[in-house]
Design a binder for this molecule. Structure first.
Ligand SMILES: N[C@@H](CCC(=O)N[C@@H](CS)C(=O)NCC(=O)O)C(=O)O
Length: 267
């Protein structure tokens, strides 16, 4: 339950995403229509379809936590192939998680965002107050660097190490574990080279950006597949250590989710 003050401040914060439905009125003094904004909704509802160990889902959990946005979580078990079900495909034709559904006011169906980086940018633009996930518009170079870092993970690394690819590698008789270890290390090598020039406490300066939201779960995955992140990638290791202390990241950790199995759960 949200407190009244919390609700009010959340509403004030959300003015940027207020759904302005403009109705037209004619008054006695004017022949031309007067456009009057009517506020059909103030606070959007967010639903996140997520799997505890999905790196792409963790990106959105980090962003939602950082922005202090409440959301409903719907677990989708990738190991049981729930992402391939007809009902999930109807919501997200990519048959993947995360899927972020945004409902505002009368829009009962909701906006469905089935790509995590698009959803990260949506959240940042819809909730510009407080922590920002991109450098300011005055820092165009910074925005390009942050987006490039995010894409090293989201476009070059995660897609080729995904569950469906691992299954295909196994189907061809290869070792999916070796495949992932090699490709994850390759991705992080590129990230390290770019981040080295720009990192402060985080990947770009001292604010947590979409690059960090992509990096953190990529590091968890790489370590899981045996990549020596600390030994090979000093900038990433330093940034990851700072990220792991951040409350938004802690809360988004694989092992603190509602669908985390009991044997993996941590406090
Ligand atoms: N480009 C998509 C990738 C989504 C994706 O591949 N998600 C993984 C989990 S991190 C998934 O659902 N995999 C299921 C599968 O491979 O069948 C995004 O960024 O959202």
């Amino acid at each position: 339950m949200k407190g009244v003050d919390e609700e009010k401040s959340a509403k004030a914060q959300c003015m940027s995403i207020v759904n302005l439905s403009l109705s037209t009125l004619l008054d006695d003094h004017h022949q031309s229509p007067v456009r009057v904004p009517t506020y059909t909704s103030i606070m959007p509802d967010y639903t996140l379809y997520s799997y505890f160990r999905s790196s792409c889902s963790a990106r959105l959990r980090i962003a939602l936590n950082l922005k202090g946005i409440e959301y409903e979580l719907v677990p989708v078990n990738l190991l049981k192939d729930e992402q391939l079900s007809e009902s999930h495909r109807a919501l997200n034709p990519s048959a993947t998680v995360p899927l972020l559904v945004v409902r505002t006011g009368d829009d009962k169906t909701g906006l469905k965002i089935g790509q995590s980086v698009a959803a990260l940018e949506y959240l940042d633009e819809a909730h510009p107050q407080g922590a920002s996930l991109l450098p300011p518009a005055s820092d165009l170079r910074g925005r390009a660097v942050v987006r490039a870092l995010a894409q090293i993970i989201a476009a070059d690394t995660q897609p080729v190490t995904n569950l469906r690819i691992m299954r295909r590698v196994r189907g061809l008789g290869g070792s999916a574990e070796d495949w992932n270890k090699e490709l994850m290390a390759e991705g992080l090598r590129a990230y390290e080279a770019v981040a080295r020039e720009h990192a402060g406490k985080f990947s770009y300066g001292d604010s947590l950006t979409i690059a960090d939201a992509c990096l953190m779960p990529a590091v968890w995955n790489a370590e899981r597949f045996g990549v020596d992140v600390k030994g090979l990638f000093p900038t990433i290791a330093k940034v990851a250590a700072a990220l792991e202390e951040h409350p938004a990241v802690k809360k988004a950790h694989y092992f603190r989710q509602p669908d985390t199995p009991d044997n993996l759960r941590i406090d």
